[in-house]
Write a new protein. Sequence first.
Length: 185
Amino acid sequence: MMYVLEGEVAERADEADKARAAAGCFVLLTNVPASGEMAHSGAEVLAAYKEQHGIERNFGFLKDPLIVNDLFLKRPDRIEALGFVLLVSLLAWSLMEHVMRSYLQRTDTDIIGWDKKRTRKPTTFMMTTKFKGLLVARIGEEWFLTAPFTKAQQQFVQAMGLSEEMILRKSAGSPPAQKLAGNGL
């Protein structure tokens, strides 16, 4: 017995046009003037942007249609403010990664990464996922962890050059959060 399948390829023009339009969309925030002194064309700004691989790697999520399609800023000053906030966020994000990696290189150690595998190149995103579910309670003017840091959390805090006290903004003389967390707080 033999079966033969015959078919015909046909482009669905409306869906293909939508896909082409989405692929051709590129969001670029800048405060570089389009005319006058220090002016650059959109193509020049885009070329300069594409040379910044760290920005592309860390903020690639901004090009996700779910994010970009929900942004609507009409006034130039608001667009500039959003660009500034994103830039400062990227600087802080990159600084955290640099501090962690420098610490690990300086101490010749590694840290618990994805799937409990050891790594010498932790990312800031990796670090943020390790603190998911961490709860902090405030009693009066004091802040406490509801449970002790896990081993991975301790490693990331140490790699960042921080301490539990710095994170919780404790005043002098308050009891350690680790002891309070063990007492059911």
